[in-house]
Design a protein around this ligand. Sequence first.
Ligand code: AMP
Ligand code: ZN
Length: 115
Amino acid sequence: MSECLFCRIVAKEIPATVVYEDDAILAFKDIFPQAPVHLLIIPKVHCVGLCDMTPEIATAVGRVPEVAIRLAREAGVVESGWRLLTNCGPDSGQSVFHLHFHLLGGKSLGGKLCQ
Ligand code: AMP
Ligand code: ZN
């Protein structure tokens, strides 16, 4: 059994509210939402962050923007605005070390940072 939280969500060992899934990508609701819309989009194959991507993972991650647009549209925030971001390493505040992209929207998100 993997010790990685998001690998365990991919394996359905830990429940999550899944909003999108295909062969390489999973998206689910963040458990501690920072905005009315707060989704996490992840490659199913484990890697810590952007700097650790294999070519296979990079191919999957290349499709993240298209998935994010689809989810933003479904969440009704395409017109109001939304943000897609990933945290890499200690100064970013990354807390789960499986590459993931936050999709945030549904309120004014302020400047460059969420808070
Ligand atoms: P980061 O700080 O960029 O590593 O983001 C990790 C995100 O994972 C945070 O926004 C957490 O709220 C979220 N999170 C942690 N555990 C879970 C979980 N079991 N299901 C969904 N989201 C989670
Ligand atoms: Zn993982």
